[in-house]
Design a protein around this ligand. Structure first.
Ligand code: COA
Length: 260
């Protein structure tokens, strides 16, 4: 389960999963999703593991899915993000996240599956799915309106602009904003507290809170992925991914099919 860009540690009942691909702003490749899935699988199976911490560094969480990977994706290609998200959304033990710097795309949506989320005051979130000619993933079309309300979720998902930790806190998916220098200690302290509590009670409490009111996050995820898989392979998205990687503006005629 080792991977050079996914640093996993297991001590004192806490599995820490650190995304670490600094030269590419911690963008997540298929192999990195697979390594995170393996770490989650290990944490789920091992009874000595009481909590999981997902983190980047104190100035960076992740720039989201690797756009080079997206550029290569065809409509029916399997995505390694999906098994990872399934594991995350069904994870029975407490999940703590520590977010600093950029948290783009799945860097924000994966937080909707965590139980305690701490953000540094330098955190910058963004859900640029529409901007990339894609649509929401990770169950965010269900979970974000549920925590933030429709209008606030619409602002974040339709406009896709960056927003800060205070906004994420008031949107309801960040517990607390702390100075960047205190982020990792704060998140680890919470994980330690959870690890010291009765594991069965935590698991039952979490399961009760996650019972679906109507549609489950897994159902929303499955619905989203049908559209996402088509959009990620369509010319508009390919043009936007290529433009980002080639450091040029996208050609509007390739996005809209005509000159704007
Ligand atoms: N996929 C692949 N490579 C990425 C990446 C991504 N999601 N995000 C950043 N990178 C790479 C850049 O291509 C660049 O590589 P290079 O040095 O080989 O040219 C390197 O990481 C640094 O990125 P840069 O854009 O120069 O950093 P920045 O600090 O100016 O901006 C971000 C940081 C996160 C705002 C910006 O990189 C960004 O918008 N990334 C894309 C985010 C995105 O759309 N993710 C997908 C969501 S679904």
């Amino acid at each position: 389960m080792t991977h050079p860009n996914i640093l996993v540690s297991d001590s004192d009942g806490i599995v820490s999963i650190e995304i670490s691909r600094r030269d590419k702003k911690n963008a997540i490749t298929g192999d990195m999703y697979r390594a995170m899935s393996a770490a989650l699988g290990h944490a789920r199976e091992q009874s000595h593991v009481r909590a999981v911490l997902i983190r980047g560094q104190d100035d960076l969480f992740t720039a989201g899915n690797d756009l080079g990977d997206f550029l290569q994706r065809k409509a029916n290609d399997p995505s390694a993000a999906i098994p990872f998200l399934h594991l995350l959304s069904a994870f029975e033990k407490p999940l703590v996240a520590a977010v600093a710097g950029n948290a783009v795309g799945i860097g924000t949506t994966l937080l909707l599956h965590c139980d305690l989320v701490y953000a540094a005051d330098n955190a910058k979130f963004q859900l640029p799915f529409v901007n990339l000619a894609l649509c929401p993933e990770a169950g965010s079309s269900l979970l974000l309106p549920r925590v933030a309300g429709h209008q606030r979720a619409a602002e974040l998902l339709l406009l896709g602009e960056p927003f800060d930790a205070t906004m994420a806190c008031s949107a309801g998916f960040v517990n607390r904003v702390v100075p960047a220098s205190a982020l990792m200690d704060t998140a680890m302290a919470a994980a330690r507290k959870l690890a010291a509590l009765p594991a069965q009670s935590l698991a039952v409490t979490k399961a009760l809170m996650k019972r679906p009111p109507e549609r489950s996050a897994r159902e929303a995820m499955d619905e989203e992925v049908v559209f996402f898989s088509d959009l990620v392979a369509a010319p508009a998205a390919k043009e936007i991914f290529a433009a980002f990687l080639e450091k040029r503006p996208p050609d509007p005629t390739k996005i809209h099919g005509h000159k704007t």
